[in-house]
Design a protein around this ligand. Structure first.
Ligand SMILES: [Zn+2]
Length: 111
């Protein structure tokens, strides 16, 4: 999750360098002029930011994949994106992931 903010922050810095390459600090009364290197520094920040976003999207992939959920009561199948707990509309019971549901059930009946 932090990588997303890191990526967005870096993209923001990259854009800031490209749009406004002259920074002036009132506190230290210094001016940093990046006009000469903005086409060099800006893209580096942008690329690094996009890279961070790409890595975080890859790492948190399961949050964006579609998974099948099943109601343990009426066994109705539903398709959802993400790991949030959902409830069956009919029975109001929390749904379980289909992946592993029947495995768990067969373990229970084997007892
Ligand atoms: Zn149900």
């Amino acid at each position: 999750m932090q990588l997303i903010f890191c990526g967005l922050g870096t993209i923001f810095i990259g854009l800031a360098v490209l749009i406004k390459p002259v920074f002036y600090s009132q506190k230290y009364s210094i001016t940093i002029d990046l006009s000469n290197v903005k086409w060099f520094l800006g893209p580096i920040f942008l690329c690094y930011g996009i890279y961070c976003l790409y890595i975080s999207a890859k790492r948190e992939g399961p949050e964006f994949t579609v998974e099948y959920w099943i109601c343990p009561n009426c066994e109705e199948l539903r398709k959802f994106v993400g790991n949030k707990t959902r409830y069956c509309k009919k029975c109001k019971k929390p749904l379980e992931k289909l992946n592993g549901f029947y495995k768990k059930q067969s373990v229970d009946t084997n007892k």
